[in-house]
Ligand binder design. Structure first.
Ligand SMILES: Nc1ncnc2c1ncn2[C@@H]1O[C@H](COP(=O)(O)OP(=O)(O)O)[C@@H](O)[C@H]1O
Ligand SMILES: [Mg+2]
Length: 300
């Protein structure tokens, strides 16, 4: 660590390990000036690693895949390096991005392929670790472990995560060994809640399961609740939205409106920004990207 005396500007190269943990002040041997030492944790700042976000709810058809793909792609458009991980056996993320990966998450975690071979570059700054049927093999691998099975995903992703600013994980509906693995990896959970149906019940149940994991893993939190399929013509939609805001206040993001363009885009292998950049869907997902990145100036 380099220290500079603020009085005489004399520079010292100091071995940090030799500074006693309690020392707060240094003395310049040259001019005898005493000055405060920088805080050690600042000096030895280890890169914090990527933001790790799981897009999760046990219910299907609420917009998890749509959100994962368009959040990841939006962040990449905004200049961030993003890894999208598909942990669903349906493997829809690659379809939605119009790429045909030969391999993906399973092959990387099982050590059959190097990360460079398993990840596919889907767009500029956006990489995908595909899901799909092969995940059955990963589930078996997790099941076979006597202990530590829940950390399989975390250990596998540790090899690549430092290259990214965000790791976004799309998940399958239901609750299986891979869902548990996701909860032992991510630090933030984004939960899409469809305003169309009776999905509040689904949210309450999911939050119970999340709480059971939080007992073992303190550094995971529900960070965003994303209302989806908002249709202002449907009174029920507004009702559920009001209820969500009352119960979860600041966690509730600006809703994603019902937008037919969002349902058409995957069949074209395009993100919403490519398929219909002027649509409500694109506007709403850009707003989500601003919220999650904390960068309010993006795309303005
Ligand atoms: N805001 C929206 N408006 C209209 N259709 C949507 C919207 N969000 C998602 N969809 C469509 O609804 C279906 C379910 O969404 P999807 O993202 O696959 O949900 P999940 O991954 O939770 O099962 C898909 O066909 C998708 O294209
Ligand atoms: Mg899905």
């Amino acid at each position: 660590m380099k220290l500079v005396c603020p009085n005489c500007k004399k520079e010292y190269e100091v071995d940090e390990r030799r500074i006693p943990a309690t020392a707060k002040v240094a003395r310049c041997k040259f001019c005898d000036h005493r000055f405060p030492l920088p805080r050690r944790d600042e000096a030895a700042a280890v890169p914090a690693g990527p933001r790790r976000i799981g897009v999760m709810l046990s219910k299907g058809g609420v917009g998890k895949t749509t959100t994962s793909v368009n959040l990841a792609a939006g962040l990449a458009c905004g200049g961030y390096r993003v890894l999208l991980v598909d942990t669903d056996t349906q493997g829809q993320d690659s379809f939605a991005l119009g790429v045909k990966p030969q391999a993906g998450l399973t092959e990387m975690i099982m050590g059959e392929l190097a990360p460079e071979e398993a990840m596919i570059r889907a767009r500029e700054r956006l990489w995908l670790l595909a899901g799909g049927k092969a995940l059955a093999g990963l589930k078996r691998l997790i099941d076979r472990k006597d202990f530590g099975g829940e950390l399989t995903l975390a250990e596998g992703l540790a090899k690549v995560e430092q290259r990214f600013d965000f790791v976004i994980i799309d998940t399958s509906p239901g609750w299986d060994p891979i869902t548990v693995n996701v909860l032992f990896y991510v630090k933030e959970v984004l939960t899409p809640v469809s305003l169309e149906a009776m999905s509040l019940q689904g949210l309450v149940e999911f939050l119970k399961s999340l709480a059971s994991i939080q007992r073992y893993r303190k550094d995971i939190r529900l960070r965003y609740i994303l209302p989806t399929f908002l249709d202002r013509r449907v009174a029920r939609s507004e009702e559920i939205l009001a209820k969500l805001r009352k119960l979860y206040s600041d966690k509730v993001c600006t809703p994603i409106r019902y937008n037919v363009r969002l349902s058409e885009a995957p069949a074209h292998g395009q993100t919403i920004y490519e398929y219909a950049p002027g649509s409500n869907g694109a506007q709403d997902y850009r707003e989500l990207v601003r919220k999650v990145s904390g960068n309010d100036k993006l795309f303005r």
